[in-house]
Design a protein around this ligand. Sequence first.
Ligand code: NAI
Length: 284
Amino acid sequence: MSRAAVIGAGTMGNGIAHVLAQHEWDVALVDSAPAALEKATSTIRTNLERQVKKGTLPAEAPAAILGRIHAGTGLEAVGEASLVVEAASESPAVKFALFEKIDRLAPAEAILASNTSSISITEIGARTGRPDRVIGMHFMNPVPVMQLVEVIRGHATSDATTATVMETARALGKTPVEVNDYPGFVSNRVLLPMINEAIFCVMEGVATPDAIDTVMKLGMAHPMGPLALADFIGLDVCLAILEVLHRGLGDDKYRAAPLLRRMVAAGDLGRKTGKGFYHYGAKG
Ligand code: NAI
């Protein structure tokens, strides 16, 4: 059996652990917050039961899958992993410190992947003694449902590491796409300027949020309008990624819309606070 470790059991970590365990990996799920581990385990159970109800998973599968996930707070659990996927909070300080520790604890041949949305894989790799084995594995939310894994090669990532990770993602039933390490990779570099432009349109009174989203849904066949998507991602996260693009690429075309800054300052962060470009009945 292959052994993986997933670091961070939040929104993304629970989904990554779920998909790995569903595909026969033995998974150590590590989080510094015990409450996050409890929540992740119950989320995975609920999502597996939903798959059984939909008929995409046999009734006996959830127990076996959950049995392959070992939750704990100790980072030493990476000691037996051939693949580590880090999905901890999106903070350079958190990720750099984690990779320094994981590098010391994980087997020398293990691949260390990060699910970061915007932090440089090259910089993360440089914190370790094995930058050739450090790579981005950027899963999309919700992980069990979304098809894409953006595989990001840092400056020193080897061909062999990339090939192994592409193959691993395929074996998880995903479609991996290889990209190079530049700010925002491809997904956020293309997505965030569109969201930002939609926010400028609201700010300048070009149209209402609902009208803008309807244009993009019915005119461009997007499943979700850019403003509803911004609320889903979180406006604070959108602003942070735009700042990475602006700073990293040095071009004012990535300047965050002042309305986005104002909404973040006001605490209107989208779905998670109940209010963003739309109102939501309940938080979450
Ligand atoms: P989250 O806030 O839901 O979960 C992060 C978890 O990391 C928390 O449970 C926290 O306790 C834990 N954590 C923080 N520091 C830790 C440490 N030193 N050791 C162990 N655990 C630690 O965050 P989310 O949304 O799951 O994001 C995780 C990563 O995935 C970030 O890098 C984010 O940019 C990326 N991402 C997020 C997406 C999303 O839609 N939420 C989409 C794609 C990537």
